[in-house]
Design a protein around this ligand. Structure first.
Ligand code: PLP
Length: 436
């Protein structure tokens, strides 16, 4: 009997593929063969509703025809060219990105993904200020390269701490406040006070940059109180610090805006992006650079570069993706779905299921926190989350789970019907006796 393609895929994977962030022996990765829109499937035709957007990057959905066509056309024309050349697709991609950024951002440095975008933004901030230290949140993820993984706050930093000059602090998050706060206003004021004290403690003349996800994503989609980002901006201005906002996960439509920070009264000095800019159809990312920082490198050499910076296939996919998102109102769809469908739907689940401690988010960027007790807010165990994952997958929903949370993060193209289908599956699984 011939082996099924699912079995062949698993066999090759287990024999030869070394996976990220995992002990390898017990892994059994899900086989995925194809996808379209918000659905993916294996070789046997088993379908899943993708409410993960993979790693929260497939904002435009799987196999969007305009993006596939843009890549195909570019592949027929020129598949690769050195970054030192001028290339039309690269210029068009950069223009589409700067057109969506605030006034005063006119240059883009392209990278291979999000980590190296942060890596280069930190380098620019250090060169701009002549200072060394970078402050970032304990509850953050900024990527898996030298400085980016040390800027990261979560457990992934600990075995990788080889870069120097990184200092961490706590951000505002009222549901699990580090500041004994009882209101958003109090949480915001105390978090800003804490940050200012950290800056002073580190030496005001030694801090080059504050690096923040506009909305911390992997760490829990923790919505900043309205005054927090403007307060951080004010501290940066007071002490001459560069503000880098990491929009790798929250940017390009996910929150119902082109950039997540646009919902807050703040303009950073550097913006990093990746994922949603082209939905990951070809690996890419970059730094959007404010004019003041870009000007530093008018006469002085920028000491950084990558063979694939501005790769033509990635650039064509950015042009295809951003044009389609604009033409089809995909960012507006994310905003509407969040406001009118996901928020009420998830809040209704919270009212029904006492295992849900908190629901928060915006657009197609939501976290559902599972707890053993609504008062103590004790997170459910890893075993409970493993069961939740298996039950969701068993019902055909591909979830994004982190610690004790379900991140509800479908593509920005998700329809009302697909959300209704997912909510019914979450409801069914949360109705199980998960805590016994
Ligand atoms: N920054 C944020 C906020 C992210 O969520 C991620 C990836 O999840 C990264 C940076 C790193 O991006 P990449 O994996 O493309 O290097």
């Amino acid at each position: 009997m011939t082996q099924s393609l699912n079995a062949r895929t698993s066999e090759l994977d287990r024999a030869h593929v070394f996976h990220s962030w995992s002990a390898q022996a017990a892994l059994k990765p899900l086989v995925i063969a194809g996808g379209l829109g918000c659905r993916v499937w294996d070789h046997d035709g088993r379908h899943y509703l993708d409410f993960s957007s993979q790693l929260v990057n497939v904002n435009i959905g799987h196999q969007h025809p305009a993006v596939v066509q843009a890549i195909t056309e570019q592949a027929a024309l020129l598949t690769t060219i050195a970054p030192s050349t001028a290339n039309l697709a690269r210029g068009e991609a950069a223009k589409r990105i700067t057109d969506r950024a605030p006034a005063g951002f006119n240059k883009v440095f392209f990278t291979n993904g999000g980590a190296d975008a942060n890596e280069n933004a930190m380098r620019m901030a250090r060169l701009h200020t002549g200072r060394d230290k970078v402050l970032s949140l304990y509850k953050s993820y900024h990527g898996n390269t030298g400085a980016a993984v040390v800027a990261t706050g979560d457990w992934r930093r600990i075995p990788n701490e080889y870069a120097r000059g990184h200092v961490h602090f706590f951000g505002p998050f009222l549901y699990r406040s580090e500041f004994w706060a009882t209101s958003e206003a109090e949480e915001c004021a105390r978090a800003l006070h804490h940050l200012e004290r950290v800056i002073q403690g580190e030496g005001v003349a030694s801090v080059a940059a504050i690096l923040l996800e506009s909305i911390p994503g992997t760490a829990g989609i923790m919505m900043p109180p309205a005054g927090y980002l403007p307060g951080v901006r004010a501290l940066c201005d007071k002490y001459g610090i560069v503000l880098i906002l990491d929009e790798v996960m929250c940017g390009f439509g996910r929150t119902g805006n082109w950039f997540a920070f646009q919902a807050y009264d703040v303009v950073p000095d550097l913006i990093t992006f990746a994922k949603g800019v082209n939905s990951g159809y070809v690996p890419t990312g970059g730094v959007v650079i404010s004019d003041a920082i870009a000007a530093d490198f008018d006469e002085t050499v920028f000491p950084g570069g990558l063979t694939y910076s501005g790769h033509p296939l990635a650039m064509a996919s950015i042009v295809g993706a951003l044009d389609a998102m604009e033409a089809e109102g995909i960012v507006e769809n994310a905003a509407r779905i969040g406001r009118d469908v996901l928020e009420p739907g998830l809040k209704a689940l919270q009212a029904k299921h006492s295992i849900i401690g908190d629901v928060r988010g915006v657009g197609v960027f939501w976290a559902v926190e599972l707890v053993t007790d609504l008062d103590t807010r004790e997170p459910v165990s890893a075993a409970v989350m493993a069961r939740v994952k298996a039950e969701l997958l068993g019902r055909g929903l591909l979830p994004f789970l982190m610690e004790n949370r379900i991140h509800v993060v479908p593509p920005c193209v998700v329809t009302d019907d697909e959300v209704a289908e997912a909510l019914a599956i979450y409801d069914e699984v949360l109705s199980l006796d998960l805590l016994s």
